[in-house]
Design a protein around this ligand. Sequence first.
Ligand SMILES: [Zn+2]
Length: 368
Amino acid sequence: MIQADKLNKKFKKWVVCGLVVGSSLVLSYNSFFKAKPQKDKEDTTTTITKLPTYSMDDIQKEKEKLVGYSMTDAFRYGVINSISDYVGKAPHLSDTISFSGDLNQMITYGYYQRIDGKKQVVITHINPDTISIPNLTPKAKKMIISFAKYHNADTKKGAIKAHEFWHQNTNPDTQNSNNFILSDITKRGVFEYNTTTEEFAKLCAHDEIASRINSLLFLREQYLKEGKTNIFYGDFSFYGKAIKQGKINPLSDDHKDIEQEQYFIVKSMLEKWENKHKYNYQDYAIKKLASHKPIPKGQESEYDKALDKIYTFIWDGKLVNLNYVSENILPDVKLTDVVKVAVKEKKQQEQKTELPPQAKALRKEGRN
Ligand SMILES: [Zn+2]
């Protein structure tokens, strides 16, 4: 049997070489050789599990699929290097809205929602309509044109995309990810993390604040390229002013300046939320609360983990977690009275459905 043994060794050597080559390409699956228990030294049998092998091309394709799935995942796998890069490459749908001069018209500039079974980012294009309303003055027509031009500008659209793609980043389309090769990608959206009912309502706020911050960081990238402070329009103009006044310096490499700038961003955006925006998102938070699930028994809240995920941004070629600023130095968001009432109702509803009849009876006794 010596001859057979020699052949066997040769075969094993070949297989091992094959595995070494293969394993450097395969990033996630369980693979191993199964050696049958050896009863006799002569009776050695090696069973080989057939392994899926992926070419560099396959892996590259999977990485590229992250563009349109999650901004930070795409960054970690090196397929994009900045917010602007992602905004330029990620797919989105376009919606066109006609504007004929009514300044009270409600315009949604962008949104992220499930359409035809897939979560998609939709960006609005404004079509200036100077025809359908008769007898418009030349001044009104001019206003319509300049309004559309202002909102359709690349910078403005880019900032809106940066906002919507951030919602995508915190809540990627996990149901359609179909990514079997890459192991280190986002598997759950933040609203699937374990949270109390209150924390869940607060996450709605944080998700919005962070999306606004991502718009600002997109504009900051344009500022670093072009040096123009007037890029910070509307709600973000405070930032351009702060640069001009020397309060912050985005060009500085000094870590104190960087920390100060990051603190200034989170603090200012939180204040804007508390003073103004949160009242416009009450209906959204109340609707979203319906999908909250209580924390399973024996498990803990993952609120802090969710905040880490929400506030980890791409900043000057690396990932930075700005949650430490919001968590330790600044107070957490405060829910509006209207949302507080909705949280209370949802909590009562959850307690009713959660407790088995016996526990309900005991609770009642306890109260009496
Ligand atoms: Zn939003």
